[in-house]
Design a protein around this ligand. Structure first.
Ligand code: ARG
Length: 461
């Protein structure tokens, strides 16, 4: 029986038989890791530059590698490049094509490195770029929130606790709460970027290399802030990807809260907002329906991002040092997290300006919920009644208003005075929604002037 030809495998020398088709498909990553081709080429060029600078390969080799890589790039860009499952991953596909184009210089590129430090480098470069893109999107999203908050800085909205009317807030203030959440999310990504932006290359397979490499130079060429200190750690840990997914899970959690509120507010029972039609869909059976599909999906996609975080944590758990093939499984969850965040943020950036509010409905909801009851208690406290007693008095007044089916502000003064003689005709301003809002004028408060001040601070940042 003749030996099948499997000489295309870079590691064929040691093997007596080729992989089965199923094993090939099972072990290959090229179908998904080809998305890192730019990072792979960038890292290879930096590595080759360093090798030449250190006299490990010739300057003519470097020139050939640079020339060949330009052609490989062009082929991938135009879609001419033929990705082969036989070549397992993005790294071997590119190296093989380079060698076909330039010969021996292509075979010298892998001197002093391994796919283990190569892939760790590519993925860090990829994630660093992705974080930069996401940070830009987060900034745009924050700007949209600030614009809407400014427009609605004085618009009263029922503030809820337990999803029941609690106290009046301004819609602008409510939006600024999300602005704060997103600000912390951005901080987390910036922080995660610091630990991502360290160079693994030079760790080679696990133990470093015998060549006189210059890792600082490679780090500098690739814009890494630091060089990974330990070769075993450099090739094996993916904690930076886990950190990223963790920050992503928190971001999606925040977006899911906003989404949930948008869905509620858009429900005709609330009728607080409308979302532009282009972000909604209809029903195939109920002609009247307009469904907030975009926020619903954002809410739903939160689940898959949580799932990716758990997948990566579990992937890494109990892995012995150093590199294990398990780590090839880091890419799909990571890529899908990046894609989900990027699409969700892009759509929110477009959707926020497409929100129109219905201030009458918000005000009407507030008037039904005795939202200024706390203000009446504060009023009585200012007049000398201990707060706990004031709370009791107002509770009784609320019961009366409820029986009469009116708001507190609509109870006649002499009726209010039956509950406490401390109540005078100056109570009116405490009982109105706008009076209640204006009175909460301290740093971080809901008063319209505080909302505008918070927006100004955010813009300055
Ligand atoms: N495709 C592999 C990955 O994504 C590249 C590293 C493979 N290294 C190895 N020794 N098989 O992790």
């Amino acid at each position: 029986m003749s030996q099948p030809d499997f000489s295309q495998y870079t590691w064929a020398g040691r093997f007596a038989e080729p992989m089965t088709e199923l094993v090939k498909r099972y072990t290959a990553s090229v179908t998904f890791d080809q998305r890192m081709w730019r990072q792979d080429i960038r890292a290879s060029l930096a590595h080759a530059t360093m090798l030449a600078r250190q006299g490990i390969i010739g300057d003519d080799d470097l020139a050939a590698i640079e020339h060949g890589m330009a052609q490989v790039s062009a082929e991938i860009e135009t879609g001419e490049f033929v990705w082969s499952l036989d070549l397992e991953d993005v790294h071997l596909n590119i190296e093989k094509r380079l060698t076909a184009l330039i010969g021996d210089a292509g075979k010298r590129l892998h001197t002093g490195r391994s796919r283990n430090d190569q892939v760790a480098t590519d993925i860090r470069l990829y994630l660093r770029d992705a974080i930069d893109d996401l940070l830009e999107l987060l900034e745009s999203f924050q700007h949209r929130l600030l614009d809407l908050a400014e427009r609605e800085a004085a618009t009263p909205l029922p503030g809820f606790t337990h999803l029941q009317v609690a106290q009046p807030v301004t819609f602008g203030h409510h939006l600024l709460a999300y602005h704060e959440m997103i600000r912390r999310d951005a901080e987390r990504f910036v922080d995660c970027r610091r630990r991502t932006n360290r160079l693994p290359l030079g760790a080679a397979a696990l133990a470093g290399t015998t060549y006189p490499i210059d890792r600082q130079l490679v780090a500098q060429l690739l814009g890494f802030d630091e060089v990974c200190e330990n070769s075993l750690d450099a090739v094996s840990d993916r904690d930076f990807a886990i950190e990223f997914c963790s920050a992503s899970a928190l971001l999606m959690m925040h977006l899911s809260r906003l989404s949930e509120e948008l869905v509620l507010w858009m429900n005709p029972c609330f009728g607080f907002i409308r979302i532009a039609d282009r972000f909604c869909t209809g029903s195939s059976i109920m002609p009247q329906k307009k469904n907030p599909d975009v926020p619903e999906l954002a809410r739903g996609k939160t689940g898959r991002v949580y799932g990716h975080l758990l997948a990566l944590l579990t992937l890494m758990k109990s892995q012995p040092l150093a590199y294990n093939k398990d780590n090839q499984e880091d890419k799909e969850p990571l890529f899908d997290t990046v894609d989900t965040l990027s699409d969700t943020l892009r759509i929110f950036v477009e959707m926020i300006p497409g929100i129109s509010v219905n201030p009458e409905r918000m005000r009407a909801a507030l008037q039904q919920g005795f939202a200024t009851a706390t203000d009446l208690a504060d009023y009585l406290t200012r007049k000398g009644l201990p707060f706990r007693d004031a709370h009791e008095v107002v509770g009784r007044a609320v019961r009366r208003a409820e029986e009469s089916q009116v708001d507190l502000a609509q109870l006649p003064l002499d009726e209010l005075r039956q509950f406490s003689p401390l109540i005078d005709d100056d109570v009116a301003s405490a009982l109105t929604i706008d009076g209640s809002l204006a009175a909460r004028s301290h740093f971080g408060g809901t008063a319209p002037d505080q909302v505008l001040a918070a927006i100004a601070r955010a813009r300055r940042r």
